[in-house]
Design a protein around this ligand. Sequence first.
Ligand SMILES: Nc1ncnc2c1ncn2[C@@H]1O[C@H](COP(=O)(O)OP(=O)(O)OP(=O)(O)O)[C@@H](O)[C@H]1O
Ligand SMILES: [Mg+2]
Length: 147
Amino acid sequence: MQAIIFCGIQASGKSTFYKERFFNSHVRISLDQLRTRHRERLFLDTCLKSQMRFVVDNTNPTRAERAKYIRMAKAAKYEVIGYFFESGSGDAVRRNSQRSGRFLVPVKGIYGTHKRLEKPTLSEGFDKLYVVQLMPWGEYEVWQVPE
Ligand SMILES: Nc1ncnc2c1ncn2[C@@H]1O[C@H](COP(=O)(O)OP(=O)(O)OP(=O)(O)O)[C@@H](O)[C@H]1O
Ligand SMILES: [Mg+2]
């Protein structure tokens, strides 16, 4: 079974990538949508118990935040795959400015997350790790970090 953990600052393209690549196959676990850690935990537990594939679609900028999901997924015998959405804060601010409503996040938040970001590494426990870049023409470039 597959657990996918996203990492990337706001407006780096995570949710759009989820919709394009995983909408038909993986449950989306996102704090944006679930709102509380309590609900997140309930959904996560249900996925793990029922052996559903899932994607954690949060910014997850620190190693500690990712470690929680990695630990839980490994305990449930999942294969754990990381996707790092690499984006400069300037590009993210520009993409963010094209959003509206609750998807338009404070610019300060983007810089803040960028500052806190600890790039994911295979040594955290990922079985596979990919880097994703959203190109200016709208395509995603994806490559795998060598094992
Ligand atoms: N393929 C694409 N071509 C052009 N623009 C895109 C593409 N994918 C995403 N975008 C734009 O980039 C912005 C950010 O995308 P998205 O909402 O997927 O980011 P996110 O990483 O999920 O952000 P957040 O952490 O705030 O949820 C959006 O405004 C979206 O319109
Ligand atoms: Mg999103």
